[in-house]
Design a protein around this ligand. Sequence first.
Ligand code: GLA
Length: 399
Amino acid sequence: MMLQSKIDETTNVDIPADLSAEFLHRFGSVPQIFRAPGRVNLIGEHTDYNDGFVMPVAIQFYAYVAVAPRDDMRIRLHSLNLEESAEFSLSENAPRTRGHWSDYIRGVAGVLSAQGVAVGGADLMIQSEVPVGSGLSSSAAIEVGTALALLSLSGRALAPIEIARACQRAEHQYVGSLCGIMDQFIACFGQAGRALMLDCRSLNYELVPTTDDTRIVICNTGVKHEHASSGYNSRRADCYAGVSSLRAHGIPLVRALRDVTSATLDSCRGFLPESVFRRCRHVVTENERVLHAATALKTQDMETFGRLMYESHRSLQNDYEVSCRELDVLVEIASGLPGVYGARMTGGGFGGCTVNLLRLDAVEEFIAGITREYKRKTGISADVYVCVAARGAGSALEA
Ligand code: GLA
């Protein structure tokens, strides 16, 4: 399926027409509606939980959360995507991973309550345009949309950074994925026409304009990933093991891989297990690439930006080992097509999507070429999304 309606390059997405009506039909009241976007990360992968740098953009696919209050302490949920309902009591919502889609909502409700927000009973209906399990941050979109919905009913306002942190905590405590801050941060702070260069240690960020004559095109391998069960947490553990070893061997002032240069890491190769060394090398070189890429974007040097994307992919493939054959095939095909500056896997990996940066005038030929060749090589029909950098979370009525 090609999301044709998403190729019109608008950042003003309509609220799904049937959401209010479905809500009224199912729950008997008129909802408020909030939304939060998915994201694509241009460069800076698996660096966020190492205090490093990332450069995501919010994309014009949103998770919509419709909400109305109830007068008891229950949350009733309905997912229009799954056509499934769930229900839980706010008084029995201690942190626990259930392996159910409602964990995201339970998590947000639980974490907000734990930090003193008066979360009350609510009916919630969710409809998301963000492809699930594709590395485009469908989870953070639902978490942030839910947080806005529950906060609105509670009458309490939280700063966007507090919302991002609460949603990250929800994912740690109720979903079991020890994710970094990138996805929730961009869902809250994304701006139309801007990439967001984020320092994940200080949380200082800079919004860098994307260029008019380039396009961000996402290709979906059709292979779904599962972070919690697919090595995400173990990669994170490898990074922390690397930091502990460096400290144990007297490398001063290393709090995180962010503090390590390539030269220092190379000098430590002898005492790090080979796989830990390679995990660390990915993170250290990826941080260097993001800083370099930010300068390239500011000077509109897309050739350099693209080259850094290819290098990032190779590093994720060989050192971090979070790519898969289908992602590699997509990147390889992209690298042979005209007008492509760069391509790489995006998100956690083990499936999901590639992000491609190309000349505006090359988009049509790219879509035709990549879908044809990917099908020929893998037998899978790739979904392709032409993206614009979209605005972050808010009331759906602000669109
Ligand atoms: C997932 C996590 C993020 C980040 C990426 C990899 O999307 O949620 O925090 O670690 O993987 O860059």
